[in-house]
Every structure is written in C-alpha cells, then in structure tokens.
Design a protein around this ligand. Structure first.
Ligand SMILES: *Cc1c(COP(=O)(O)O)cnc(C)c1O
Length: 484
C-alpha cells in the first residue's frame, strides 16, 4: 500500500515514509492510495475479537508486511495497549436513563483522553522506525489540551525522539498543563504560549512556518504526531469497528454514533471505516459553539469564524484539518480539486461547496452545535439520575444524542466519550453541590501531578517563531549535535 498527498504533490511513498514525514512535501495530508474493502463475512469473523486482535487485523490492511512483520506489529500493539487501565482497553457503559444508548469510554489510557488511543501506537511506531534506521527526530505538537499530554507521556524517555509541546497558556486546564510539565525527562519540552488570539489554531500557523524553513527542518528533523499524521487517523478507525461489532446484534444492523468533534480526526476515521464497509448508519458531529463542522455538514459552508472559549476546550478548534482527508475520498481521490479548495480556503477563509460535493461528503452525517449551558445541564442531570459523570466533551456529545434521539428512532446509539472528568475539575465544580468534587472527578495520576514541580518554557505568541528556533537549536547543540 502506497501513500500520496491529498493535494497531489510529490511522489507516492511507503507507509514508513508517510509516518515519519507527518506532512507531505507539498503541505498536504497523506492518504492511502485506496481504501481497503471489508466484507460482511470478514466482519462476522471479527465479531468477538479483543481490541488488540481487531487492531492487528485492520492495521494489517494498511501496512505491508515487509515494512513491519506480523510479530513486530503484535509487539507494538502490546506495548501500546497493555498499559491501558482497563483490560478491555475500551469499555462500554449502558445508560439507564436512555434506552439503547451506550457510552464508549475512550479515556482509559495513561493521560485520560482519547488521544492516548492514536498517540500510543503512533509514537511507539515512530520510535520503532527511528531505532531501526538509527535516526533522531523532533516532534512538534500543537495542543488544545489533550494531544500534548498524550504525546509527552509516550515520547518521554525515548532517546530517538524529542517532544516540543506547544499549548495556549491559560486556555487549557491546570491538570492538562501539569500532565506535560511534571514529566522530568530531558527530551520533553512543554512551551506555554501567552496571548494566542485564536487559541490552539494559532500554534499550527507557527508550526507550518517552521516546516517551511527547510534548512532548520532538515537539521532538526522536524515531524509531527498531531492528527495530520496518517498513523493517528488509521489507528482511530479501529474503535469504530470495535464499537459497532460490540453493540450491533448482527452485521448490517443499523447503529448510530455521536462524536464530540473539533479537528475531525476522530470522525474522519469513522467516515473512512464506513467507506471501508462498516455499516454505521449515522455519524453525528457534536460541535460546541465553535461550529465549523456544523456549518460544513448542515450548510455546505467551510468558514473560519472568531473563536469562543467554551467548557469543552479541547474542541475549541476553528479549522478541522482532517476534513480535507475525508473529502479526498468523497471526490474519488481528485487531488486537484482538494488543492484548489485548500488554496482558496487559505486565501479567503471561506468556501461554499457546490451541491454535488456537499451531497457527497455529508451523506450519512448529522450535526449539531451545542451551547455550554446545554452541556452543563446534561452533565448535571445524568449525574443526578444515575451517578454517571461525563466530562464536558462527553456532555456535548450526549446533548446532541438526546436532541436527536427521537428522529433517529429505535436503533442503538453509541456516544463516544473522549476524556476522563478528572481532567476538567474546574468545570465539574460548576455542576457540583457546594463545589465539592465527587470522587468520579478525581484520578490518582492527576493528584500525583499536583505534588510535583513544573518544568517548561513560556513565551509570547508574537515572538513564538523566533523563540522556538532558539530553544530548539540550543537543545540540539547540547544533546544531539553528534548524531549524524
Ligand atoms: C481532541 C479531542 C476531541 C476532538 O477530536 P477531533 O479528532 O479533534 O475531532 C474531543 N474531545 C476531547 C476530550 C479531545 O481531547
């Protein structure tokens, strides 16, 4: 299987090259040449597989054996998922208050968010390639709160990698910040950035500027483990298969899934899983007040609007870059079209899609934009009714589920929850009696991080580009200049 830029530039590359590069040379996202097709009898055979065994089967469709052998792939999956706190990796909870509604809990990884699912495997995979090639790489990560901690956790202590974790200072929770800054490993470099006018999206602007500085990029071997890296999206297809096979009564049974979304990395994977043959009925995009995806799926308009700070801060995202990757597969791989749209969007900040394109990409999707008030009410009521505590992103998804339940009929609904409530104590306090945190909103790892010293850089957004080059070069001179 070869990989190409969704914008059509450059040559086709193999899996390893696509993973190590992150972006394609023309700035596009890598996509597999074609999507594997999975038929009903295959799905039936997979029905009772564990998460790891299912992952092994699905990833084997994307990765040639001469790049990673069967034993190596098994080893990487063990290394990535045996550390999850739940032995099933992803458990389900059947709600009592709503009929046929199941929560798929994606937050049992070490940093308590769904980012652990893709990041765990991707970082181990990158490290595996680097060791084999005797290479070193600097991963730059932009985060709205959860990607950074996950990247930091998995990169920590891996001598072939440095992790530079950029986050908008003040726009992520203290728990999330501490998950990055209390790791004492010398290869972890958190950078808190003051005065980001548009939150996490601003950081991507500086990162793409760094990428365009070719001599710097080459010297430090910059790459990315953000969800622009194909490895993250590929890994995230697995939980859609897993969830569908767990909850459906038979292959073909209509099941709906609702997903709290920002960058569309999670849902892109869901959309691709369905294109591969998984019979999910509706995929539901749950946006907060930052409703870029909702505008796309309800009106066919891709537009960048000013940012709102919300209680679900991990999805305060203005530009869902993985939409391009999904769109590529909805226009029969017409990279020229994708390039024209990306260029037009970068120039004007707005695209109105033609009716055919809109129909092609929105098929099978529903969307909603949920207010903070609705999110908090849902969280509060569910806790009151059945002592089940959602995090605010789960709250966004559950509100969307509740609003659509009637129109979706009697089919089962899976609500993907993406973070442990302990990452958002400030928000949980808003719905708690006397502002005391219920025990469900605490976690030993978060408590432990409170007792540790914090380490990291801070700088102002205005000077971020220069400050970063300086800090990264200094680190490189100190630690890596002897690496060839
Ligand atoms: C990243 C994240 C999301 C959104 O995922 P996308 O792939 O960006 O759509 C949702 N919830 C939480 C808690 C997250 O960290």
């Amino acid at each position: 299987m070869l990989y190409r830029s969704a914008k059509g530039g450059g040559k086709a590359v193999n899996f390893e090259q696509a993973i190590l590069a992150g972006y394609a040379p023309d700035g596009g996202l890598y996509v597999p040449e074609s999507l594997p097709e999975i038929n009903v009898s295959q799905l039936n055979q997979w029905r009772d597989l564990s998460y790891k065994k299912l992952a092994f089967n699905i990833l084997s469709l994307f990765i040639d054996r001469n790049i990673i052998s069967s034993d190596e792939l098994k080893g990487l999956l063990d290394e990535s998922y045996d550390i999850f706190e739940h032995e099933e990796v992803i458990p389900f909870y059947a709600l009592k208050s709503y009929k046929k509604t199941y929560v798929m809990e994606l937050f049992y990884g070490p940093t308590l968010s769904f980012k652990d699912i893709g990041m765990s495997f991707l970082v181990n995979l990158v490290n595996f390639f680097l060791k084999r090639n005797k290479q070193h790489l600097s991963a730059i990560v932009a985060t709205t709160g959860d990607t950074g901690p996950a990247a930091a956790h998995f990169i920590a202590g891996k001598s072939n990698l440095d992790g530079w974790l950029l986050y908008p200072k003040g726009l992520i929770t203290e728990s999330q910040e501490r998950q990055m800054t209390t790791l004492q490993h010398p290869n972890i470099h958190p950078v808190g950035v003051y005065n980001c006018p548009e939150g996490g999206d601003d950081l991507d602007v500086v990162i793409s500027k760094l990428y365009k500085n070719t001599s710097f990029k080459k010297k430090l071997k910059l790459s990315s483990v953000n969800s622009l890296n194909w490895g993250r999206v590929m890994m995230q297809t697995v939980h859609y298969f897993y969830g569908y096979l767990k909850i459906s009564k038979h292959v073909g049974h209509a099941v709906n899934m609702v997903v709290p979304s920002g960058g569309f990395g999670n849902l892109c994977a869901g959309g691709l899983a369905r294109k591969m043959g998984l019979p999910i009925k509706n995929l539901i995009v749950a946006n907060n007040k930052n409703a870029c995806l909702h505008r796309l799926f309800s009106k066919g308009i891709f537009s960048k609007e000013p940012i709102h700070e919300t209680v679900s801060s991990a999805i305060d995202i203005l530009i869902p870059i993985n939409f391009w990757r999904y769109l590529y597969f909805c226009v029969d791989g017409n990279a020229k079209k994708i390039k024209n749209w990306v260029d037009a969007f970068e120039k004007t900040g707005k695209i109105v899609f033609d009716a055919n394109t809109y129909k092609a990409y929105s098929k099978g999707f529903l969307s909603l934009s949920i207010s903070d008030e609705e999110t908090l009410t849902t969280m509060k009521n569910l806790y009151k009714k059945e002592k089940y505590l959602l995090d605010p992103h789960g709250g966004v998804a559950m509100t969307a589920a509740k609003k659509l339940k009637k129109s979706l009929g009697d089919d089962p609904l899976i609500c993907l929850t993406t973070a442990h409530p302990a990452k958002f104590p400030e928000i949980i306090e808003q719905i708690s009696k006397n502002k005391t945190l219920p025990k469900e909103a605490t976690h030993p790892s978060i408590e432990d991080a409170k007792t540790r010293c914090q380490k990291g850089y801070t700088c102002d957004y205005t000077h971020l580009y220069k400050s970063l080059i300086n800090a990264m070069e200094t680190n490189w001179e100190l630690h890596h200049k002897n690496i060839k």
